[in-house]
Ligand binder design. Structure first.
Ligand code: IVH
Length: 288
């Protein structure tokens, strides 16, 4: 009881259902194509923040948290249950004890906490973290799980798989009743009944940058998803992505640098590759 893992590896276990990734679109045209490809008149779609954290699968059996798995290769993930129990907003018990429940979400750190952590590391002359995601990933996978407790991590849920949960609104009710925080719904489906409404919303794109920059934690886009679980089942998935959801990715952060030189790199086979030497530039938390 309370033993600390002795080797470097967490045990891996299969996910109850594969933890798929999301297909991406980068502009309105691609988003529109996706909506048309659904071939549904008036599709009911919800839009949520796409949090840039580390995804985590929480399994509850008869109302008790029994396992927390990282994404891993999507089929099996690493068992980080002991660490997950020490993360804010991961309830250990549910208010109901219905069979098996799977709650999925992202482990995050607020930008404010992350910056404060990096500042104190810098003050102490220590190496800082390149970005919040690396910090979260390392903190979640601490061998000595007690250390996870002090890493100021927090969990935001984005999906629930359980009996009698048939739609996003059921998922949201479930999460609220059980003490989870969920990722923010940016546009409710009532505003998105027609694709033209989606277009109206995304015309606000430049404003979305402001939205993103003011956000409590890092978000790298929006997730558009079909509300009804029945319709989701009908649409199904490819081996990598569900067809019922798509990520609208924000443009990558940019920075301005100076081209100092171009050197020729000679490959093993004699292939010559020109490599740009640029002066260091700080982009989205990393020095390139
Ligand atoms: S829904 C794939 N909703 O982004 C199954 N995912 O880059 C449906 N993510 O694998 C996922 N915020 O880990 C969904 N509001 C959100 C999300 C979200 C972040 C993660 C998730 C997904 C990854 C794809």
């Amino acid at each position: 009881v309370g033993a600390v893992l002795k080797d470097n590896h967490f045990k891996t276990f299969p996910h109850l259902t594969p933890m798929l990734s999301l297909d991406n679109v980068f502009n309105l045209e691609e988003l529109h194509k996706w909506i048309v490809s659904l071939n549904i008149e008036d599709p009911k779609i919800i839009v949520e923040d796409k949090a840039d954290g580390v995804s985590l699968d929480l399994i509850y059996e008869n109302g008790k948290l029994v396992q927390a798995l990282t994404r891993g290769d999507g089929i099996s993930g690493e068992d980080v249950t002991l660490n997950a129990r020490l993360i804010n907003r991961i309830p250990h018990t549910l208010t109901c004890d219905i069979g098996v429940v799977c709650v999925r979400g992202e482990v995050l750190v607020t930008t404010k906490n992350f910056n404060a952590i990096n500042e104190s590391l810098e003050d102490a002359g220590n190496k800082t973290y390149a970005n919040a995601r690396n910090y979260v990933s390392g903190s979640l996978r601490q061998k000595n799980y007690m250390k996870t407790k002090f890493r100021k991590l927090t969990f935001r849920a984005y999906s629930v798989d359980a009996e009698e949960v048939y739609s996003t609104s059921d998922e949201y009710d479930f999460l609220e009743e059980n003490g989870f925080l969920k990722l923010k719904t940016v546009i409710p489906s009532s505003l998105l009944k027609r694709t033209s409404k989606v277009h109206d919303f995304l015309r606000l794109d430049p404003a979305m940058k402001e939205y993103r920059d003011q956000h409590e934690f890092a978000i790298d886009g929006l997730v558009f998803k079909i509300e009804s679980h029945r319709v989701r089942k009908e649409l199904g998935s490819t081996s990598r992505f569900p067809r019922w959801a798509i990520a609208y990715k924000f443009p990558a952060s940019t920075g301005l640098s100076k081209l100092e030189d171009v050197i020729w790199q000679v490959g093993r086979t004699g292939l010559l590759t020109p490599v740009a030497q640029i002066s260091p530039v700080f982009v989205h938390g990393v020095t390139v």
